[in-house]
Design a binder for this molecule. Structure first.
Ligand code: FAD
Length: 437
């Protein structure tokens, strides 16, 4: 039987390992912890949760709950171990992390064809089918090898400095307006939130006194040189951001003819306009502070966040350039990637990509078609997100904003989300019946 290398015994690598072991392959799982640590992991256990012990909601009418439902249908081993190690946390799936990690090792050890190799994997042998799941804290030497393999320094990013993304239908459309600076471009490309002097002052005051998220020691110096958060720029003076990302010049409200003291621009995240990002608003505020502070922006009082702004160390590929929808390298179909390094974001999303990438490697080895669940499922939509052309590619977590609209528009938010989830479930069940080998 073919031997497969998996690099990284984290969430994605462990799941990928299981999927391939159960399909009969000999799997060598390379995990460097035990020999060399990352700056954040604390144990040498497989599938260690590096930070929170919560894997978010189990409620199927949330995107994270819907993703879990899809993974259950796909026989996800790591998720099963999470349920086994569950601790009470209301509607969230929180786990005893040691128990969960031990359960993952126990499940993999059940297979005779499993080999765990404790060493830093550096040289990628393109003759051996391989899944690289080395995570956001990929070791430096491996990052050099990946860079050589993908052939362009700009296709591997080391930091994530992202602005928040909010849903289009949570905006107050009576306040925001379409316009592009100096009328250059299509007016619909940007929405704008205008502020008068008083509104700007209120926003500025709350911004500079806001609470920031902690950075790890290793992240502090380098990150701030390359991507300045809005709150740090604001500390340089009340006018700095008004001459930067909030500059009002060249923009007039077409509805009222008004000009503004400051402007926040929102750029479409997708053609449908179901999601927008706050242009230039990279931020290290805590998530609750982002909700509180950005509600001071006219039009964003009830903004629903699909993704909060973050600034942290995160090794990830420019996947739309280098990966296919199956997580395989475009230039070398023997090499797959999985986990956070592919630009999915979050624990459950990483587990999911390990699972899907392993099924695709299997399908390619037995020469059958790719495993690409419908775009109406969270798995399928994230596969498209990481591979669809996107000049401003940023990691993405599970959310309903990346799914196509429902055929019938449902105004009630809770009902709408339930409907997204039911559609995803039905479509995944049908797809599995026809396509899972
Ligand atoms: C500091 C931090 C906190 C985070 N907190 C959260 C959170 O609270 N909630 C959330 O949903 N997501 C969080 N994430 C994002 C993401 O969900 C996790 O990083 C998740 O663990 C990613 O899974 P993965 O399998 O891609 O990587 P990992 O789980 O990190 O697994 C990668 C594995 O590869 C190993 N490795 C690296 N290089 C090599 C090499 N050269 N040879 C062999 N092994 C190697 C590592 O030791 C590691 O075990 C966080 C990320 C970071 C960096």
């Amino acid at each position: 039987m073919t031997t497969i290398n998996i690099v990284g015994g984290g969430l994605a690598g462990s799941e990928a390992c299981y999927q391939l072991l159960k399909r009969g392959y000999n799997v060598r799982l390379y995990e460097m912890r035990g020999v060399k640590n990352t700056p954040c992991h604390e144990t040498d256990g497989l599938a260690e949760l590096v930070c929170s012990n919560s894997l978010k909601s189990m409620d199927k009418s949330t995107a994270s709950g819907a993703l879990k439902m899809e993974l259950e249908l796909l026989d996800c081993m790591v998720l099963r171990c999470c349920y086994e190690a569950k601790v009470p946390a209301g509607g969230a799936l929180a786990v005893n992390r040691m128990q969960m990690s031990n359960a993952v090792l126990r499940e993999l050890n059940k297979f005779e064809n499993f080999e765990l190799i404790r060493s830093e994997f550096i040289n990628i042998d393109t003759q051996i089918p391989t899944i690289i799941a080395s995570g956001p804290l990929t070791s430096d030497d491996l990052a050099v090898s990946i860079n050589k393999l993908i052939g362009d320094d700009n296709n591997l990013h080391f930091y994530d400095a992202v602005a928040p993304i909010i849903t289009g239908d949570s905006l107050d459309m009576d306040k925001v307006f379409e316009a592009v600076r100096y009328d250059k471009g299509e007016p619909g490309d940007y929405l704008n939130c205008g502020m008068n002097r008083d509104q700007y002052k209120a926003f500025y005051d709350v911004l500079i006194s806001s609470k920031r998220a902690n950075l790890h020691e290793f992240e502090k110096g380098e990150i701030f040189e390359s991507c300045m958060p809005i709150e740090v720029m604001a500390e340089r003076g009340a006018e700095t951001i008004r001459y930067g990302m909030m500059k009002p010049v060249g923009i007039t409200n077409p509805k009222t003819g008004e000009k503004y003291h400051a402007i926040v621009q929102l750029r479409k995240e997708n053609v449908e306009g179901s999601a927008y990002n706050l242009v230039g608003f990279q931020t290290n505020l805590t998530f609750s502070e982002q909700r509180r502070v950005f509600a001071f922006i006219p039009g964003l009082e009830n903004a629903e966040f699909i993704r909060y702004g973050v600034i942290h160390r995160n090794t990830f590929l420019n996947s739309p350039k280098v990966l296919t929808e199956t997580y395989a390298l475009k230039t070398n179909p023997n090499i797959y990637f999985a986990g956070q390094i592919t630009g999915v974001e979050g624990y459950v999303e990483s587990i999911m990509s390990g699972l899907i990438s392993a099924i695709n490697l299997h399908n390619s080895l037995i020469n059958i078609s790719e495993f690409l669940p419908p775009v109406t499922t969270i798995c399928g939509a994230l596969q498209r997100h990481i591979s669809r052309d996107n000049v401003n590619f940023q990691p993405m977590n599970a959310n309903f904003g990346i799914l196509p609209d429902l055929e019938v528009r449902i105004r009630d938010k809770k009902l709408r989300k339930t409907e997204y989830s039911l559609r995803a479930e039905a479509d995944m069940i049908e797809y599995i019946k026809q396509n899972l080998v």
